[in-house]
Design a protein. Structure first.
Length: 196
């Protein structure tokens, strides 16, 4: 794929929406593919692409000073995807939406490496928890018990279970964020959450 013409970039920098549409059409597929590879969600990937191009449009005046427009665009995309994943790791609903994908991962060396690294990170985080939080986390994520079942088993209230689980998840997320060096590790951690 040849780089997009400089006259189109100059037109975008001056606010030409038709030129920007050309730019959008040119890079949309590639950015969408990268987003989809990390999020495994078509709708979220489409949303990410839209947000990336909004950011490009808002920075359009900088375009004339950019030497490598493709690299510049993909740095914006990479950073945005990383930010989205960091936020989504905190949302259990997102993790549940990914469950179907990770339940049928194809066992490639990359998938298995991601899974192994992630499991190790989550296990390390869990061992840092107070004993009651560890127990409730393991009963929920490993044994698959509901909050009601855990409450009955431990002879405590459902609200107590919920409180301990929220504290456990928050501590795990803080541990992950402080120990994740890059997007691939965050991606792996998302995988590990789904195996619990």
């Amino acid at each position: 794929m040849n780089p997009i013409a400089k006259n189109i970039i100059d037109s975008i920098a001056s606010g030409n929406e038709a030129a920007f549409r050309t730019f959008f059409d040119y890079y949309w597929d590639n950015i969408y593919s990268v987003a989809l590879a990390f999020t495994k969600s078509e709708s979220l990937s489409e949303e990410i692409v839209q947000e990336v191009f909004v950011k490009v449009w808002l920075k359009k005046e900088q375009l004339t000073a950019v030497n490598d427009i493709e690299a510049w665009t993909f740095i914006i995309a990479r950073n945005h995807i990383l930010n989205v994943l960091q936020k989504k790791v905190k949302e259990e609903a997102f993790l549940k939406n990914l469950e179907g994908y990770f339940s049928v991962i194809n066992g490639s060396p990359e998938d298995l490496l991601f899974k192994k690294e992630a499991e190790e990170m989550v296990n390390s985080a869990v061992t840092q928890l107070p004993s009651q939080q560890q127990l409730i986390y393991r009963l929920s994520r490993i044994a698959g018990l509901s909050q009601e079942e855990i409450a009955t088993k431990l002879n405590i209230s459902k609200n107590t279970v919920k409180s301990h689980m929220n504290k456990a998840l928050n501590s795990i997320r803080i541990y992950i964020e402080s120990n994740s060096a890059g997007i691939s590790l965050i991606y792996a951690v998302v995988t590990a959450f789904l195996t619990k």
